[in-house]
Write a protein that binds this ligand. Sequence first.
Ligand code: HEM
Length: 179
Amino acid sequence: MLGIIFTNLIEMVETTVSYEMADEILEEANLSSDGIFTSVGHYPLEDVVEIVTLLSQKTNIPPNDLIFEFGKYLFVKLIEGHKHIVRPDADLFDLLAELDSNIHVEVLKLYPNATLPTFTVLERQNEMIDMVYQSPRQLETLASGLIQGGAEYFKIEVDVDMKVIDTSPYKVQLTVKKK
Ligand code: HEM
């Protein structure tokens, strides 16, 4: 995973829990990089898992809840750091419909070593989108957090429904509806 994911994850711990907690986790975790991340570097997914597992043990919050909250936090960071990639008139549903054809394509130009999921649109209406998330990293909870973060960013409320539809390759149907 790109370092940008790690730097934001650690920043979330620092700002929403404490700097001490972030330091403690980085010291205790058995990380390939010794806890030093650059935003364009590339690090194993297991390092994210290790950080989230430790954070979960220390806060008593289930790992999936932490990943979901991280997705919400991450959306704002990603969008603010890459405003030029998103059409200024796009709403959340446009953005989701364009993830594969535009957003993540531009991301790959910026970070050629990024490992991105694919999102295939099954159905698109004004205030609803049905799509299939495919990734061997099985991070649909992160995706659903990113979508909720996007909804907050665009000041709307949405329901996100997730259904695993295949395990090899791993595919999850995500249905997003405005409330
Ligand atoms: C709601 C909208 C979005 C969703 C649902 C989404 C989904 C995801 C997911 C689930 C991943 C983790 C990798 C995987 O699952 O295989 C990911 C990675 C990433 N996304 Fe998106 N994304 C969204 C918007 C954006 C935006 C707006 C940007 C930046 C302009 C962005 C940039 C990235 C980057 C840099 C990574 C890391 C790739 C890596 O670790 O190598 N995403 N995205």
